[in-house]
Design a protein around this ligand. Structure first.
Ligand SMILES: NC(=O)c1ccc[n+]([C@@H]2O[C@H](COP(=O)([O-])OP(=O)(O)OC[C@H]3O[C@@H](n4cnc5c(N)ncnc54)[C@H](O)[C@@H]3O)[C@@H](O)[C@H]2O)c1
Length: 141
């Protein structure tokens, strides 16, 4: 079954945290289903390694170093994806951190980083990419 709804065409996907774990598996699956995949990860080497795996399997991919806590880098990377594959129609906000510590050991810096990555990062990625989706499929923000 084609998992992509008609409005998701052309299939250009961005997967955050795609350098390892679940994001790596999602990136490979999307590519196997025909999407061009932009793999974003804090660790640019693993992002590129995921992209290389996809290309070795015959897919289209690009790996970029992106910290989803950094809005200006998100905007830059979204522009890079647009230039290479066209506007993104699929965004997987997979990047996330959950530092395991005893409650009383959690610092304000730990707390702020979790919010910057997991919450604000998701918001910023959506805000950067939704205009692409509207440009392709219409709708309002
Ligand atoms: N594995 C689980 O059981 C589980 C359970 C619940 C939720 N999750 C969530 O699912 C997602 C993926 O989980 P996983 O187990 O594959 O995690 P993982 O730690 O194996 O992979 C996360 C990836 O995100 C990247 N990343 C971290 N911070 C980033 C940032 N600021 N910007 C861009 N990339 C960043 C890491 O480099 C890594 O490649 C995470 O959001 C996690 O919180 C996982």
């Amino acid at each position: 079954m084609n998992p992509f709804p008609a409005w998701a065409e052309p299939r250009t996907a961005i997967v955050t945290g795609g350098g390892s774990g679940i994001g790596l598996a999602i990136s490979r699956r999307l590519a196997a289903e025909g999407a061009a995949v932009a793999v974003w990860d804090l660790d640019g080497d693993t992002a590129k390694a995921t992209a290389a795996l996809i290309e070795e399997a015959g897919g289209r991919a690009v790996g970029l170093a992106v910290d989803v806590a950094d809005r200006s880098r998100i905007d830059e990377a979204a522009a890079e994806v647009r230039a290479v594959f066209g506007p993104a129609t699929i965004l997987v906000n997979n990047a996330g951190i959950s530092p395991f510590k005893r409650f009383l050991d959690i610092t304000r810096e730990d707390f702020d980083r979790v919010f910057a990555v997991n919450m604000r990062g998701t918001f910023d990625c959506c805000q950067a990419v939704v205009p692409d989706m509207i440009a392709v499929v219409g709708g309002a923000s």
